[in-house]
Design a protein. Structure first.
Length: 551
């Protein structure tokens, strides 16, 4: 028989068992805590998939955009964005105040509300920070704040190509310009090449900016094209914006006036009127026109802004920019002929050149005698600047209309006939005469054969047109060299101030300055006679002596 254990032995065994149990429980607790900490350290916080946007690693990076010479205009880079986990934050207000020293655009009110909710685990604070901002935020050491890698669209040339490129949303979708019109191609990783020359673009923007300041204008815009191909070489609309910060720009600056706005162009439309008159055999350069008094048609009266009432040749009437002369020529046209001619030039329908923004011409469907007369000098019909430039290009190049475009490989129709070679040559002569002796004399540039036409239009207001001289829309369209145009530029200035409030004083000088800056870039050399060269040398010597003089 086994002996019964003593009471002391039994008590010792119970105590030992209890100790072992306690040790096992404590060990289990440590193991559980360790596993939990390891889990929290290795596994990311659960984030509601629809609360934020991100680009999966498998998605192709958005394609790049280049100018005609292969210069990079837009690309995609990896960046870091800042977010917070409300549950991990210690003091929301203090954290926001610290972060605001690095990111001053934080929305305190909205973020305070979002971050105070302990049911949320993910709140965006700021998307796409700069490397400097990332370092500064890290140095702050704010609890509950971290970074996530994303892709950001970057525009190396900032505002220079703003309205052409457009911009993208924070999630990488095109919202304006080429970014929007070619969004699907770019999202598929395809690169897009433009017809634009970055060098010409820079010179155009510089000239327009300085000219706008010179004449104290409200805004300005311009289009440069190769009239032989209708490729857009430069396009600027001021004021503009930095596409790197598209959402922060003023909404008014988003508007691309060169393609989206429709304007009454004024006297530049007389180029079309005279071209039609020449092409259809109604007039020639020496045809006399009766401009001895204002032209009255029913209750309407057509006047000249600077009247010189006498009989003029068509050339002189064009050179002096006579409204009466243009109306006289258009009154010779058969019914419907002017409308058909404008249609050939692409002036009556919306024009897609490869940008999301597509402006619509504005005019009434009525096309009677008085409408034909007023539209002969650009009154009562509004078109976009790019439509205007393309129409002029057809008449001064080879007589064929070519669809203007800003992207290489743009799908378009074959060139269509507008006017013959004789008309082309006559129009070139008329344009040169305007610069040499007429309203465009301030566009004249020594050594270059230029041609062009001025325009000054009254801006429409409620009930009619403004008679305030400082509310004009001034313009100049010019070509160089006039005998075989390689560059065509249309420059428009909104509300230039007197005394520079006309096309000849507000816009023509900007054209001269632009040509002077870009001619060497496109291989256009000045033709200078020995006498002119001696004058230039003498001028430089005198200037040098003055600069070195002791006084």
């Amino acid at each position: 028989m086994r002996k019964k254990k003593s009471k002391q032995v039994r008590l010792a065994e119970v105590a030992s068992f209890r100790s072992l149990l306690v040790v096992m429980l404590l060990l289990s607790g440590f193991i559980f805590t360790g596993v939990k900490l390891l889990w929290l350290g290795l596994v990311p916080i659960d984030e509601p998939e629809l609360k934020f946007a991100r680009v999966p690693e498998s998605m192709p990076i958005r394609g790049d955009i280049y100018d005609r010479n292969g210069v990079l205009l837009a690309t995609t880079l990896k960046v870091k964005s800042l977010y917070a986990d409300p549950k991990m934050m210690v003091d929301v207000q203090e954290s926001l105040f610290k972060l605001a020293t690095v990111v001053p655009t934080l929305d305190f009110k909205a973020l305070s509300k979002s971050l105070s909710s302990k049911t949320k685990r993910f709140v965006w604070l700021k998307r796409q920070l700069t490397p400097s901002q990332v370092k500064q935020v890290n140095d702050l050491g704010v609890p509950g704040v971290s970074f996530r890698e994303e892709y950001a669209r970057v525009y190396p040339h900032e505002s220079l190509m703003a309205h052409i490129l457009g911009g993208v949303t924070v999630d990488g979708n095109g919202i304006a310009g080429v970014e929007a019109s070619y969004n699907e191609d770019l999202l598929a990783g395809e690169d897009v090449y433009l017809t634009v020359d970055l060098g010409l673009q820079g010179q155009l923007r510089h000239v327009l900016q300085s000219n706008m300041e010179r004449v104290s204008a409200k805004s300005t815009w311009g289009v440069v094209m190769d009239p032989r191909t209708s490729e857009v070489l430069a396009m600027v609309s001021l004021p503009d914006y930095d596409p790197n910060h598209f959402g922060e720009a003023e909404r008014a600056s988003w508007f691309n006036k060169a393609v989206y706005g429709a304007y009454e162009m004024g006297s530049t439309f007389k180029v079309f009127t005279m071209a039609q008159g020449l092409e259809e055999g109604y007039v020639h350069a020496e045809t006399p026109l009766d401009i001895t008094k204002p032209l009255r048609i029913g209750r309407f009266t057509i006047n000249d802004s600077h009247p010189r009432y006498k009989v003029m040749t068509m050339r002189e009437a064009f050179r002096r920019s006579s409204n009466i002369g243009a109306a006289r020529v258009s009154d010779m046209f058969e019914t419907g002929a002017q409308e058909a001619f404008f249609a050939k030039l692409g002036l009556l329908t919306p024009l897609d050149i490869g940008l999301k923004e597509i402006g619509r011409p504005i005019y009434t469907n009525r096309w009677g005698r008085i409408q034909t007369m007023t539209r002969s000098y650009g009154h009562g019909i509004a078109v976009t600047p790019v439509q205007m430039a393309a129409g002029i290009g057809a008449i001064v190049s080879d007589g064929y209309y070519k669809h203007p475009h800003i992207v290489k490989g743009f799908d378009m129709d074959e060139p269509s006939y507008v006017v013959g070679d004789e008309t082309v040559q006559e129009v070139r002569n008329l344009l040169q005469n305007v610069v040499e002796e007429g309203t465009g004399r301030r566009a004249k540039l020594e050594g270059y054969a230029l041609g062009g036409k001025t325009g000054t239009a009254e801006k429409s207001i409620a009930g009619g047109y403004s008679k305030d001289e400082d509310h004009n829309l001034a313009s100049f369209v010019g070509v160089v060299p006039v005998d075989d145009p390689k560059l065509l530029a249309l420059i428009m200035v909104d509300e230039p101030k007197a005394p520079n409030n006309q096309g000849g004083s507000a816009a023509a000088p900007a054209f001269r300055q632009f040509v002077g800056r870009v001619a060497p870039m496109v291989g256009l050399r000045p033709k200078i006679t020995p006498y002119d060269l001696n004058k230039e040398v003498t001028k430089r010597v005198v200037q040098n002596e003055v600069q070195q003089a002791p006084w």
